[in-house]
Design a protein around this ligand. Structure first.
Ligand SMILES: NC(=O)c1ccc[n+]([C@@H]2O[C@H](COP(=O)([O-])OP(=O)(O)OC[C@H]3O[C@@H](n4cnc5c(N)ncnc54)[C@H](O)[C@@H]3O)[C@@H](O)[C@H]2O)c1
Length: 350
């Protein structure tokens, strides 16, 4: 049976990937240290998701391991010799990184290096898929001409009608320390492809979402927004009139793309991975959608100052993904995403 090693397996993307590849017949080794609870407190705790995987997937093995543990990672990869590595473990919040710069860099950059080197030593033929982020572009997308619509910002430059592509510059802009540590990882993953020939893939995520997110204010946009609506908790909007736009992709469509890549791997590829224009939504549009679904008003306050480095409008251009892997496309619409998150949030509270 093929073997998958997935880090961050108790998180949103890691758990989806674990479940998806288990269904395809893989033995799945998950690596997670529940560090999300350390980063974000009890609301970020992912043990419930780990337990769910252990209870439902017979060929799932949880490894209580920190990606910063170099010897541990080298030993695990040498032992299981995976046929596919999907690296999802991370400190994922740009705001949080400023308070914990060493934890952030050690996890995001050094943890990725540990895993890459382990693959180079033990299984250099193995496809290595890395979850990067659109924050590698820093706040430079805010320099694209924008127009203000009633409920959202949009690009006012025909060159970006389909969104932002992979050739967009990544430097000379404000990234947050998180964006900087993810740039280091992103470039390392490309380098282990180009320099050593490992089939590596960098996925620069927009908003990755789905029902398994442990959303908190600092990370997990839609999951946290839905949770606030259902609990009647006040949601804070930081700047840009609440018209900032994110494109949302369901974790299932992320896993489907990873399968497409694993089936026909390439070397040192980079893709912008988001929901594209059809799955884009502004914060205030998101309020409207969830209120209609739940029948509850959104309780929110406005904070004038935007988050440092926050994008006013970010839409991923998906044409490279579609061109390289024509059998792949988005299958979960924004409606599907809202409905699933809404249903699962209610269920988790029951
Ligand atoms: N969710 C998004 O909107 C989004 C957007 C862009 C990029 N990404 C990237 O996708 C990846 C997955 O994101 P997610 O939303 O699933 O995050 P998540 O926080 O839900 O999951 C990450 C998991 O990694 C674990 N982890 C963190 N540090 C660890 C460490 N040092 N050792 C072992 N485990 C550790 C956490 O406990 C958590 O369970 C991350 O690299 C993130 O930067 C996510």
């Amino acid at each position: 049976m093929p073997v998958l090693l997935v880090t961050g397996s108790s998180g949103l993307i890691g758990s989806e990937v674990a479940t998806y590849f288990h269904e395809l017949g893989y033995v799945v080794h998950g690596v997670d240290s529940n560090q999300r609870a350390v980063f974000f407190g009890p609301a970020g705790d992912t043990r419930w998701n780990q337990q769910r995987l252990e209870a439902t997937l017979p060929r799932f093995r949880h490894n209580e391991l920190d990606v910063r543990d170099r010897a541990g990672i080298l030993a695990l990869v040498a032992e299981v010799k995976p046929d596919l590595v999907v690296h999802c473990a991370a400190q994922p919040s740009h705001d949080r990184a400023a308070a914990i710069p060493f934890d952030d860099f050690d996890t995001n950059a050094v943890g990725t290096l540990n895993l890459l080197q382990a693959v180079r030593v033990s299984c250099p033929e193995t496809p290595f898929v890395h979850l990067s982020t659109n924050k590698v572009y820093g706040d430079r997308p805010n320099g694209i001409a924008l127009r203000e619509l009633e409920t959202r910002w949009d690009y006012d430059d025909p060159a970006f009608a389909d969104g932002i592509g992979e050739s967009y510059p990544i430097d000379q802009s404000t990234h947050s320390l998180f964006g900087a540590s993810k740039v280091a990882a992103d470039v390392l993953v490309q380098e282990y492809g180009r320099y050593f020939g490992i089939p590596t893939c960098v996925l620069r995520g927009g908003c990755l979402t789905g029902p398994q997110h442990s959303g908190v204010e600092l990370h997990g946009f839609l999951s946290y927004l839905v949770k606030c609506n259902i609990e009647g908790k006040q949601y804070r909007v930081f700047g840009y009139k609440g018209k900032q736009v994110r494109d949302n992709i369901h974790a299932h469509d992320v896993a489907r793309f990873i399968q497409a890549f694993a089936d026909a791997p390439r070397v040192a590829e980079v893709y912008n991975l988001g929901g594209g224009r059809d799955n884009s939504v502004s914060i205030i549009e998101g309020f409207e959608r969830i209120s209609q679904l739940s029948g509850r008003p959104m309780n929110w306050e406005y904070v004038e100052a935007p988050r440092i480095g926050d994008h006013m409008c970010y839409i991923s251009d998906l044409s490279k993904m579609r061109e390289h892997y024509p059998s792949w496309d988005i299958t979960k619409s924004l409606d599907d995403i809202f409905e699933e998150i809404h249903a699962s949030t209610l269920q988790r509270r029951a």
